[in-house]
Design a protein around this ligand. Structure first.
Ligand SMILES: Nc1ncnc2c1ncn2[C@@H]1O[C@H](COP(=O)(O)OP(=O)(O)OP(=O)(O)O)[C@@H](O)[C@H]1O
Length: 459
């Protein structure tokens, strides 16, 4: 058994028997957790015979039960999958036995169910439900901004670690119901049934048909050869919009139902505050919100290469987390002393302006305009002048697009930000607060929310 790791929060341990070279120093320091092979009877006893009392939830591949093992010392979740999903379970065991991370739901072991010819998965028990429940359930109080930003960063860290591992892993099913909350309130990425391990040009990856969950699925991932880590980035972008807005990825009670169709136009118009979940107070500064939603919009761009990679997403979210914990006064002071733009996509904007033949002067203007924006008070009055977006259909596999063309986001956003914020700076004192309140209300409040979601697995 081999074990490779990198340092810090992004460490992923990989047990790779094929590539392992023995290193006594390394193996002394950190050993991979050995997988336990459980007997069926042991798991049956630990789950009270897979009783209703131990039932945790049901997914598209089977049921999950709470197991009390080792005389109460070990709590675990046992995934009992349908026979038809046997290959997914094998895949999950294969990947989870090679990869571990602090923000993942790690594998403890498995059990061969001889009668049903399937395996049962034994994973770490997460006592605090799914992120989906916390974001969308009316019964539990919604997560605060601090929790949301922390969870976004934790999941981004886990995904980045998977992508940057020596043998990379692409999850392919990042969504809020696959994020579980552990006993310490940390978010953990779960469900590796669709994940793929290997380099994108490996034969077995090239031969695997696209898969994912509708609403989170990358519209540019239509054939096996299209697979890249950027498909996870797309799904993460949807997740980030969901975290910020409290809206489901697809919600038929909204128009448009797809979160991308709804949020990207708002981002394009610079109406960042309107994307925010109106149920929770203590909203972070406008600069924090802007970074979050602009990053989400960049992640869901239709051209995969134009999306950021997860290392950039992690860096952005680390900064956002730091900023969200600062007092507003300190935050303003820091920005002034640093004297540099805070926009997360400034460098990309510069590139795009150059490509489009823009001058250096123009590039500087973008930066300076964005810096100005940071001094604009929260929920700044941004006029709704450029209503050029059309709503687009919810996409599906097989060529149709998911969401609007987020490709336009950055380009349009630059122009709009320049125009809107210039206008804002020129007229900053003439715009009345009452008008602003009306605008933000009409967009973010008063829309019926529902739990009805379309969620469909594709194989
Ligand atoms: N490790 C765990 N600890 C505690 N509860 C869990 C654990 N894993 C899953 N659950 C519960 O079981 C439910 C079903 O999980 P499962 O991973 O099978 O499906 P899912 O991810 O919700 O759906 P799908 O299979 O369609 O992606 C989860 O929603 C969650 O409530």
């Amino acid at each position: 058994m081999g074990y490779l790791s990198c340092n810090g929060e992004s460490a992923v341990s990989i047990c790779d028997p094929h590539n392992y070279k023995y290193n006594p120093r390394r193996s002394k320091k950190r050993r991979p957790a050995l997988l336990r092979v459980f007997k069926y009877d042991e798991l049956a006893a630990a789950t009270n015979g897979f009783s209703a009392g131990n039932f945790l939830g049901k997914g598209s591949h089977g049921r999950v039960y709470k197991a009390v093992l080792d005389g109460g010392k070990l709590l675990a979740a046992v995934k009992r999958t349908a026979i038809a999903s046997a290959s997914q379970v094998d895949n999950e065991i294969e990947i989870l036995s090679r990869v571990r991370h602090r923000y993942m739901v790690n594998l403890i072991g498995y059990c061969v169910d001889q009668r049903r010819k399937t395996k049962l998965l034994v994973v770490e028990y997460m006592p605090n439900g799914t992120l989906h429940d916390h974001l969308h359930s009316r019964s539990s109080s919604p997560f605060s901004w601090n929790q949301r930003i922390k969870h976004a960063l934790q999941i981004a860290t886990a995904v980045h670690a998977l992508h940057s591992a020596e043998t990379p892993v692409i999850h392919r099913d990042i969504k809020s119901s696959n994020i579980l909350i552990d006993g310490e309130g940390n978010a953990r990425l779960a469900d590796f049934g669709l994940a793929l391990i290997g380099h994108v040009d490996d034969e077995h990856l090239k031969a695997t048909p696209p898969a994912g969950t509708m609403g989170y699925l990358d519209p540019s991932y239509l054939a096996p050869a299209d697979l890249t880590a950027k498909s996870d980035v797309f799904s993460f972008g949807i997740l980030l919009f969901e975290i910020v807005s409290g809206r489901d990825a697809i919600d038929l009670n909204y128009s448009p139902p797809c979160v991308v169709d709804w949020a990207v136009p708002l981002v394009k118009r610079g109406e960042y505050g309107a994307v925010c979940d109106s149920r929770i107070g203590n909203r972070p500064s406008s600069a924090v919100i802007r970074r979050l939603v602009v990053m989400a919009a960049r992640c869901v761009r239709s051209t995969a290469e134009k999306r950021p990679d997860m290392s950039e997403v992690v860096e952005c979210l680390k900064t956002v987390r730091k900023m969200s914990q600062e007092s507003p006064v300190w935050s303003r002071l820091r920005r002034r002393t640093e004297n540099k733009p805070e926009n997360v996509f400034v460098s990309e904007e510069k590139d795009e302006i150059n490509v489009r033949g823009g001058s250096k002067k123009k590039m500087n203007k973008v930066s300076s305009v964005i810096t100005e924006d940071d001094t604009v008070p929260e929920q700044a009055p941004i006029r709704r002048r450029n209503r050029v977006m059309r709503s687009r259909s919810v996409g599906a596999m097989g060529g149709a697009r998911v969401g609007p063309d987020p490709n336009d986001v950055v380009e349009d956003n630059i122009n709009r930000e320049v125009t809107t914020i210039r206008a804002l700076v020129e007229r900053e004192r003439t715009v009345k607060t009452t008008a602003m309140m009306k605008l933000s209300k009409s967009r973010s409040v008063g829309i019926v929310r529902s739990h009805k979601t379309v969620s469909l697995k594709l194989y």
